[in-house]
Design a protein around this ligand. Sequence first.
Ligand SMILES: *[C@@H]1O[C@H](CO)[C@@H](O)[C@H](O)[C@H]1NC(C)=O
Ligand SMILES: *[C@@H]1O[C@H](CO)[C@@H](O)[C@H](O)[C@H]1NC(C)=O
Ligand SMILES: *[C@@H]1O[C@H](CO)[C@@H](O)[C@H](O)[C@H]1NC(C)=O
Ligand SMILES: *[C@@H]1O[C@H](CO)[C@@H](O)[C@H](O)[C@H]1NC(C)=O
Ligand SMILES: *[C@@H]1O[C@H](CO)[C@@H](O)[C@H](O)[C@H]1NC(C)=O
Ligand SMILES: *[C@@H]1O[C@H](CO)[C@@H](O)[C@H](O)[C@H]1NC(C)=O
Ligand SMILES: *[C@@H]1O[C@H](CO)[C@@H](O)[C@H](O)[C@H]1NC(C)=O
Ligand SMILES: *[C@@H]1O[C@H](CO)[C@@H](O)[C@H](O)[C@H]1NC(C)=O
Ligand SMILES: *[C@@H]1O[C@H](CO)[C@@H](O)[C@H](O)[C@H]1NC(C)=O
Ligand SMILES: *[C@@H]1O[C@H](CO)[C@@H](O)[C@H](O)[C@H]1NC(C)=O
Ligand SMILES: *[C@@H]1O[C@H](CO)[C@@H](O)[C@H](O)[C@H]1NC(C)=O
Ligand SMILES: *[C@@H]1O[C@H](CO)[C@@H](O)[C@H](O)[C@H]1NC(C)=O
Length: 648
Amino acid sequence: MLDLTILSLALATSVFGQQQSNIPNTWPNAWPAIPSGDFSPEWQNYFEVKDVLPNITQPLSRNFAGNIPVNRPGHANNTLFFWGFESRNGSLTAPANESNNDPWIIWLQGGPGSSGMIALMTENGPIHVKSNYSLIFNDFSWDHLADAFWIDQPVGTGYSTSDRTGYVANEDQTGEDFVGFLSNLVKVFPSLATRPLYLTGESYAGTYIHLFSTPNPPVKLRKIAIGDGSLGSLATVEELPALNVIETYPQLINYDPDVFNYFREQEHLCGFDLNLTYPQTSGHFPTLNLTRPTRQSAFSDSLDEPRFERQSFRQRVAQKYAAKQATQTNDLEHRNRKREEWKRDLTGRANGTIDPFYGCFLFDELVDYASNFSFPWTNGHFDVYDIPDGTNPEPPLDASVFFNDNRTRAALHAPTSKDWIRNFNYPFGSVRNRSIGNQYGDPSVEPIAFLSDLATNATANNVSIVFYSGNDDSLVQHRGTEVIIQNMTFGGIQGFTKKPSTPWFDDDGNFAGIVHQERNLTYVLFQGAGHLVPEWQPAAALAFIREFVLGSNKTGLVVDSTTVIGGENSTLANDVLPGGTLFYYGSATTAGTSTVPAATVASWESFIATATATPIGSQVQLSDSKVMTSSFLVMPIVGMLWGALVLA
Ligand SMILES: *[C@@H]1O[C@H](CO)[C@@H](O)[C@H](O)[C@H]1NC(C)=O
Ligand SMILES: *[C@@H]1O[C@H](CO)[C@@H](O)[C@H](O)[C@H]1NC(C)=O
Ligand SMILES: *[C@@H]1O[C@H](CO)[C@@H](O)[C@H](O)[C@H]1NC(C)=O
Ligand SMILES: *[C@@H]1O[C@H](CO)[C@@H](O)[C@H](O)[C@H]1NC(C)=O
Ligand SMILES: *[C@@H]1O[C@H](CO)[C@@H](O)[C@H](O)[C@H]1NC(C)=O
Ligand SMILES: *[C@@H]1O[C@H](CO)[C@@H](O)[C@H](O)[C@H]1NC(C)=O
Ligand SMILES: *[C@@H]1O[C@H](CO)[C@@H](O)[C@H](O)[C@H]1NC(C)=O
Ligand SMILES: *[C@@H]1O[C@H](CO)[C@@H](O)[C@H](O)[C@H]1NC(C)=O
Ligand SMILES: *[C@@H]1O[C@H](CO)[C@@H](O)[C@H](O)[C@H]1NC(C)=O
Ligand SMILES: *[C@@H]1O[C@H](CO)[C@@H](O)[C@H](O)[C@H]1NC(C)=O
Ligand SMILES: *[C@@H]1O[C@H](CO)[C@@H](O)[C@H](O)[C@H]1NC(C)=O
Ligand SMILES: *[C@@H]1O[C@H](CO)[C@@H](O)[C@H](O)[C@H]1NC(C)=O
């Protein structure tokens, strides 16, 4: 995950080694009874987690953990940390060439620099940490379906180690390290060399997809599944989808048609209104230019900083507004005046040209707008990973106390040369060096540049690709993933030939989202899930892994030009899957909810149907009377929201 929330930043900076001037030097620890010599099944006994772990009150399935070197010449201390769980007693320790059909799963976190233990402890792993630091068991852990490993990578992330000069330079090195690690791992667990591997991951793990291009890998890759993945440029995956984010959650702009039209025009001016067609007949999309702000402001300055710096800027702005609001009365007149202020805020903004203060950083502009004007984000926090969440602070789901407890450290054979941290800021040695590569200091080309190639290789090697998205994620929103898919050639054709519109259901028969499959590429959209999909929809995520990743469920599969298994639903064939009407606010311990009245949603829907039916340019025609009508209808809702704020 691109995990740069205020919270994790605070946690990350509270431990040593986060200053650029002091890039840490770390190494694995040799715990008692460590075998000598090359890796072999003899190491299973060493890696097995046998000591009692603090706060764990029930037996876990048999599990193994520790650091394994990446085999980088001259960097013997460079290791990756793993924690692996058996699906059945003895399944991981099966001898070579046994259990050859048993799947196994690897999970990689994003970041870059986020620990895989985040998913283990809050998403798809067997133990979950609660906001009071206690631990509970997760009934929907992915190790129930297959042997599963959560891994900290690249070197230096989480409990992985690196000497000071050994941090990865780029994605090629990330891939080589990972393969070096795997070649050792399969010596410890020999059956893994031939069993089908399902490589899964989230967010920046989409960029780590580089590592699948290795010739002669030591494992038998079967599928790649990436959630909310960074598969394209910053412009494509983060800034382009801003309007789709608004249409999913119009609450972000208080259901204000003028604001919608404003963003729609900006989208057009920035060239972000790519026309996705099914089939995609227009050839590959151009590389998007991310026009920078031309006027200096605190906001434009903050765009030069890594995203977590921007986040703290937003926090400051939001706090300022929250403080202002707190001192004001809440009568209807005031609310209406307030609303006029919001409207006025658009005046003075660019009209017909790209906004000089924001350039084409439309997503950032949207977050700034919502933090300033739209409840509940005015509460002081906009969780870009989960739109409806305006709680401030968010409840901490902080695994650092558990991991850094000496009993845990010893039981997991973890390093003593460092503390576990959720997010490591320097996976590339220096993420702040914006003169190198992308905003994270990663100089590698973005995956879209080679995804078509990768898909060709994948098919030739019997590897399928799965992309999935959480509909409540605003940072790496699904529209970006759909652009990537329509811009990719796989199975000899560019993009999907039919628009994803087949519903899928969880094991209780509830609507879970949209699934679409063509030519060995599967796309799944989850309803009601943020960036960390299995955290929000654990049961649906487990069903998804079982059916569409480990399994070959054909729901959503295009059979021919007229047939899609599971059918096509025209309501789902819109570009937008409407978000919920429930929003969260308050502080970690007193979070409340607010809802939007159905009438507001209905009036917005009728506005949107008209507005988006006409090409940009003519929408200025959107008659004044229409805008007036909509404004009138919006007002009562705004009032209700303010009411909710007060009741909290
Ligand atoms: C797992 O199998 C081993 C023998 O391979 C046995 O000693 C152990 O008790 C079993 N554990 C469980 C939880 O069944
Ligand atoms: C590697 O780790 C050992 C401790 O195991 C340490 O003594 C040594 O200095 C480290 N090497 C480098 C290059 O940092
Ligand atoms: C695809 O395979 C070819 C031939 O093995 C290799 O040269 C190329 O790097 C691969 N590309 C990707 C993106 O996997
Ligand atoms: C998409 O189509 C609309 C309507 O024809 C057009 O105005 C717009 O410029 C197109 N977008 C791009 C990026 O070409
Ligand atoms: C589309 O793919 C091409 C490579 O085929 C790439 O150069 C371009 O940047 C991509 N555009 C987008 C918007 O992803
Ligand atoms: C991006 O900018 C380059 C250079 O100014 C230009 O050639 C290209 O057409 C632009 N691309 C888009 C999609 O606007
Ligand atoms: C932009 O200009 C048009 C035409 O002059 C006007 O109708 C519209 O209200 C303006 N929009 C904003 C946001 O000022
Ligand atoms: C164990 O859980 C308690 C809360 O029940 C918490 O206060 C404590 O910090 C936890 N300890 C560890 C090592 O996780
Ligand atoms: C944990 O172990 C280290 C030595 O590895 C020791 O310095 C430290 O005091 C221990 N912490 C606690 C809380 O026992
Ligand atoms: C899908 O993958 C299988 C196995 O690699 C392959 O036989 C088949 O041709 C692929 N289908 C398409 C349409 O590419
Ligand atoms: C395929 O997955 C869907 C999930 O939407 C499920 O309802 C269906 O039962 C599955 N089909 C089979 C054959 O298991
Ligand atoms: C299509 O999907 C919508 C939204 O989930 C649902 O309300 C409707 O019943 C579905 N229509 C059909 C024909 O299944």
